[in-house]
Design a protein around this ligand. Structure first.
Ligand SMILES: [Zn+2]
Length: 185
């Protein structure tokens, strides 16, 4: 099999190795499991074979490596124009810049297409970035994820979290006093 990479490119690939069970993804999976959230893995019949699928929550979690997925860029801006994005991990390699730009821009477009398709199918899509799982950020990110999932679950179950008196007035038969109270206002 021909090696499609130059030695330099190979070096970058090896330093940003991507696999199905990457460490950031395992961190998220272990956390979810510990908190009783059950998921399916690498679901084949969904666009992009998403990593973590939470059927009960109608939610898909994508755990993205900052380099391969071009954290901080999208296809609408001039993508990858700057060497550094706001992300603390993303850096374009110093050599073969055009090669890497094209490669990562393709990934960004593919990610956006996948995100759109999943959303159109009715899934909530949550993206977690590798840099959000650094030790200093990890706890915030994971507990934030858990809060979001709980909100999604309550929303799906039709639980209203805000107490909206106007809505209650509409839903409840109006008592004579409240009618006159409204008229006098
Ligand atoms: Zn990042």
């Amino acid at each position: 099999m021909t090696d499609i990479f130059t030695p330099e490119q190979r070096h970058v690939v090896m330093s940003h190795i991507r696999s199905k069970d990457t460490r950031p993804e395992m961190l998220v999976r272990r956390f979810l499991h510990r908190h009783g959230v059950r998921y399916s893995l690498h679901v084949k019949h969904l666009p992009g074979h998403p990593d973590i699928v939470l059927r009960k929550y109608h939610t898909i979690i994508l755990v993205n490596g900052c380099f391969w997925h071009g954290h901080g860029f999208n296809s609408n801006q001039q993508p990858l124009q700057h060497e550094n994005s706001l992300c603390s991990i993303f850096r374009l390699p110093h050599s073969n810049i055009d090669f890497w730009k094209k490669k990562i821009e393709r990934n960004i477009c593919r990610d956006e297409k996948q995100h759109k398709e999943l959303t159109e199918m009715g899934w909530n899509v949550i993206t977690i970035w590798e840099c959000q799982l650094r030790p200093s950020e990890r706890e915030n990110t994971l507990f934030g994820l858990l809060r979001t999932l709980n909100l999604i679950l309550m929303k799906n179950m039709g639980v209203h979290l805000t107490y909206n008196t106007d809505e209650e007035d509409i839903a409840m038969p109006q008592a004579a006093e409240s009618d006159s109270a409204i008229e006098s206002n």
